[in-house]
Design a protein around this ligand. Sequence first.
Ligand code: CTP
Ligand code: MG
Length: 239
Amino acid sequence: MFFGKKKKEAPRPRVCAVIPAAGSSHRMGGENKLLLELDGVPVLAHTLAAFERCQMVNDIVIVARETDIVPYHGLCQMYGFEKVRSIVRGGETRTHSVLEGVRSCPEGTDIVAIHDAARPLVSDAVICAAVSAAAEHGGAAPVVPMKDSVKRIADGQVAADVPRESIAAVQTPQCFARSRIESALVRAIRRCLPLTDDCAAFEASGLPVAATEGDYRNIKITTPEDLLIAEALLKRWEE
Ligand code: CTP
Ligand code: MG
């Protein structure tokens, strides 16, 4: 019989996915893009299914516009999502919406995984890599290398090259220690920082964010042609 000391494993963090879904779909033409269908299933249902399936995720909080709360409830019932704990009202900017979501996470949440509802093709591998890195480092976000060359533009002129190796496109889920991201978001809102993602709030508070492996398929549905691309990616996956 083996009497050696058992190695103490770190307790698994409690993870809550916060899904901001309270935007106005302006660039899609105004109709709620999250209720448009991809392969016969609403964009939002694809997104929620990815977190429902992920074994590292315990809970889900959805952030919605007031008028969408009832339709989103119906969608959750229809698809039988069991991890959704609440659907809360969003704010005028994405940062306000995310803060509402973070504040509504169940007690005992260690890590929040903030994921754009508009990224329905996120894989389990991308979610798990970002959650694990956040548990270790405090903050993490998936990135992919840039495919295009990038230039700095000034007065309508190409002013300078930006070395491609020094930049990356950042995706979601962006994952953070819950207590730290809440205060970083509050601070960013108080200082009126114009943020397009949550890493920016974390970094503005002087906190480091680890870069994890993203996926080119994890696109954000923003304009009508993105739906065609997502549909094509889904079809290829199912083959
Ligand atoms: N979002 C949100 N609350 C806001 C603004 C955005 O919850 N006040 C959410 C969107 O629903 C989306 C994600 O943040 O899932 C990323 O935003 P984006 O792709 O820009 O969506 P919209 O803001 O809806 O689109 P647009 O900017 O074209 O209006
Ligand atoms: Mg927007």
